[in-house]
Unconditional design. Structure first.
Length: 169
């Protein structure tokens, strides 16, 4: 068991490493505003974590948490850009109003957050099925796994969607 006296508190972690983390994120993102937001979100995650009492390498731990948030941030940006590109290609009569666009983007962000909560392989299988329209055997062949593994992953993904729709929303 680690010596609790030598482990940093969240306050110490924040004061000692916030500036470093924000600079690291700014270099990674190229944007000080997104860097500030993600640095804040990183510390929120640390506060919610049950592991905060065992952080032995603070910068490595913060970088790991922040990197996951950066990936989610980029995924959401890519989703938003794809939506806006699709929208720009629509004839004027089909283009949704600004209110409808805001609702659609909010829904897309909720879907992205839901998918971010899935393990990478489960998310990949779910997207192959629901976005690309691949059958379970096609997914299994593409990923070099069994159809049974695809079925289990889809069950997990659909259960996550069900929880998000009916238990939390």
């Amino acid at each position: 068991m680690p010596d609790q006296a030598h482990l940093p508190s969240v306050e110490t972690l924040y004061s000692d490493h916030h500036g470093w983390l924000q600079g690291w994120l700014r270099r990674k993102l190229g944007n000080q505003f997104d860097a500030a937001d993600l640095a804040h979100d990183t510390f929120v995650r640390v506060l919610r974590s049950r592991d905060q009492d065992v952080i032995r390498e603070p910068r490595a731990y913060l970088a790991t948490v922040a990197n996951g948030l950066v990936v989610s941030h980029w995924r959401r940006k890519a989703l938003e850009h794809a939506w806006l590109d699709t929208l720009a290609a629509q004839p004027e009569a089909v283009v949704p109003s600004p209110e409808q666009r805001a609702l659609i983007l909010e829904t897309l962000e909720q879907i992205a957050a839901l998918l971010d909560g899935l393990p990478d392989r489960v998310r990949e299988i779910f997207l192959f099925s629901q976005i690309d329209g691949l059958t379970y055997p096609q997914i299994a062949s593409r990923l070099g796994i069994t159809v049974n593994i695809v079925q289990k992953a889809m069950t997990r993904a659909v259960a996550q969607c069900y929880k998000a729709l009916y238990l939390h929303g």
